[in-house]
Design a protein around this ligand. Structure first.
Ligand code: RFL
Ligand code: PHB
Length: 393
């Protein structure tokens, strides 16, 4: 098989890239190790930055999102049992975020791509990349996990294969630098069949630690609490989970949290990670393959899409005008945005979580940071601009 661009991974990075390349008249095939069902049912991110919402519409993918997603003008920050509304739209000249789950975005991207003749091969096994230091890179794989060996020959390979995929590992270790930070806490996330308790997302820092109240639909709520990343979910009965949500989200003004049956629960670790550069020879890596942010800033999915917007533009210029300068700058351009998203995600994470390794001094600094957002317009604008999505350079 021969194609201009071979893409590994049908997550947000790989699928948005396939759409953007199709729009530019460039042929691409997407290889995905999981089944379509699994890709479409995995619960992950929930928040789209304002420009991702616009991009979905430009790609003809906005219809269901506009019908079923929820536009939010702001978020609520809570500490010392009191709430503060951050008016994101008011602070950013009218920009808003959309709560529309990642798996719904993926369903729309997959259905539309397949309906327009795009090729996404699910359930591949044994994916490996070769020849990236020459002009004829290739991807070897097996259909249905262990079918006969097949090869895709291409001009460029894109590793949009997440943190554990082979893309990043194919860059020789001596030619990449990796920057890590692991946090001493994780998130316990639940989906609860219950009505909404509040009209916008609440990020709270209380005595017992962080909690986040988010949503999926009027009937289904997504919520997280800070926990030990090595804890076993079996230690968390539904009763214990609700007790913690009540403690961390409670206020002194009579508000009450609406409970409901918990239909899913799990624990994830929190980490920050960046790989530099995001390219080697004819291999380009994008999204979680190149960088991870803790979810507190709601940046991971959005950053994955930002990478492939830069990459698609560079590839379009390569095929349209034979220019390679944008491709050569891909990594440097992306990393400027990546490090700002890393900074913001780290800031939100450290400000909002209780870290037993920190001194009382540092813990008090975090409350000063929160109070600065309440009292200083400059601090509020900074948080709002980052949350809604920074402009492209
Ligand atoms: P993905 O989504 O991991 O997709 C990579 C795909 O590559 C496939 N793959 C392979 N395919 C073929 N051959 C191989 N050898 C392969 N190895 C792997 C995988 O099966 C997979 O389908 O990476 P991508 O596209 O870079 O997208 C990144 C986002 O998914 C991620 O950053 C976000 O989900 C992070 N995130 C959030 N991001 C936001 O922007 N807003 C949020 O509100 C938000 N909340 C979250 C989050 C992540 C969370 N978890 C579970 C870590 C909340 C949570 C709880
Ligand atoms: C979510 O709804 O899953 C969500 C929302 C905001 C975040 C992280 C996750 O910061």
């Amino acid at each position: 098989m021969r194609v201009q661009v071979g893409i590994i991974g049908a997550g947000p990075a790989g699928l948005f890239l396939a759409h953007l390349l199709h729009r530019a008249g460039i042929g691409a095939v997407v290889l995905e190790s999981r089944s379509r069902h699994e890709v479409e049912e995995t619960v992950r991110a929930g928040v789209l930055e304002h420009w991702v919402v616009e991009l979905m519409q430009q790609l003809g993918l906005g219809e269901r999102m506009l019908r079923e997603g929820h536009v939010h003008d702001g978020i609520t920050l809570q500490w010392n049992r009191a709430r503060h509304h951050l008016d994101i739209a008011g602070l950013t000249g009218g920009k808003r975020i959309m709560v529309y789950p990642q798996q719904e975005v993926l369903k729309d991207l997959i259905a539309h791509r397949l309906a327009h003749g795009g090729e996404i091969i699910f359930e591949v096994g044994g994916t490996s990349i070769r020849g990236i230091d020459g002009d004829h890179p290739a991807i070897d794989f097996r259909r249905d996990g262990n079918g006969p060996a097949e090869t895709i020959e291409c001009d460029y390979v894109v590793g949009a294969d997440g943190f554990h995929g082979p893309g990043r590992q194919t860059i020789p270790a001596a030619r990449r630098s990796e920057y890590h930070k692991v946090y001493p806490f994780g998130w316990l996330g639940i989906l609860a069949r219950a009505p909404r308790s509040w009209h916008e997302l609440i990020y709270t820092h209380q005595q017992d630690g962080f909690a986040l109240l988010s949503t999926r639909s009027p009937e289904l709520q997504r919520m997280y609490i800070q926990c030990d990343p090595n804890d076993d979910i079996a230690n968390w009965s539904d009763g214990r989970i609700w007790e913690q949500f009540h403690a961390r989200l409670g206020t002194d003004d009579g508000w009450s949290l609406t409970e409901g049956p918990i239909v899913q629960k799990g624990i994830i670790p929190l980490r920050s990670f960046v790989c530099e550069p995001m390219q080697f020879g004819r291999l380009y890596i994008a999204g979680d393959a190149a960088h991870i942010v803790p979810p507190t800033g709601a940046k991971g999915l959005n950053l994955a899409v930002a990478d492939v917007v830069v990459l698609a533009r560079a590839l379009a210029e390569r095929y349209r005008a034979g220019r390679v300068d944008l491709l050569e700058r891909y990594s440097a351009v992306c990393l400027r945005r990546v490090w700002k998203a890393e900074r913001f995600s780290w800031y939100m994470t450290t400000m909002l979580h209780r870290n037993e390794n920190e001194s009382d001094f540092e813990q008090r600094i975090h409350f000063a940071d929160l109070d600065l957002v309440r009292t200083s317009r400059a601090s509020a604008v900074s948080l709002a601009e980052n949350y809604v999505g920074l402009p492209f350079d």
